[in-house]
Write a protein that binds this ligand. Sequence first.
Ligand SMILES: [Zn+2]
Ligand SMILES: [Zn+2]
Length: 183
Amino acid sequence: MRFTVLELEREAVDYSVDIAAGSLDLDEETRQVGPMRCSGRAEALHEHRSATEVVVDVRLRGEFSGEFEVPCARCVNPVRHDLKGDFDLIFRPAGVDDENGEGSITTQETEIGYYEGGSLQLEDVLREQILLGLPARTLCHPDCKGLCPVCGQNRNEMDCDCATRQMDPKWSKLAELSSRKSS
Ligand SMILES: [Zn+2]
Ligand SMILES: [Zn+2]
């Protein structure tokens, strides 16, 4: 969904969209596995910077929910995340702050974004909100055993010989004992 600033200047838009599974283009690791819902309000705000200069900002608010899958950081099995969030963001026309050399007055406001070409794409905003909302590191289970670095076996499903021989001192003790017995 695209909001054009000219339209918003006439009237604020209350929106509600359903985004089909897989249609949001996220990063390589993140998949949208269920339909996503987002609703909120877009409106134009006039920023009077001086008697003659008015900057038209877009304020975009919304609430969203959706289901996503991210690979486990250790075993790469897909892990499901049900994500819910909301946002309240301000977008300025791209370049307006640099041109005036007044960028510094706004750097404290972290929620400022920029729009280009007189319009704002809702999906671009959502993509960022989703990636920010997902945990930085996902594990399928707090003590996921991960993949064996030698043979690649998923050690949650089955232990492999290389793992026990190399990593577990308890097993080397046993091996020592049994070799002593047999000699
Ligand atoms: Zn895992
Ligand atoms: Zn192995």
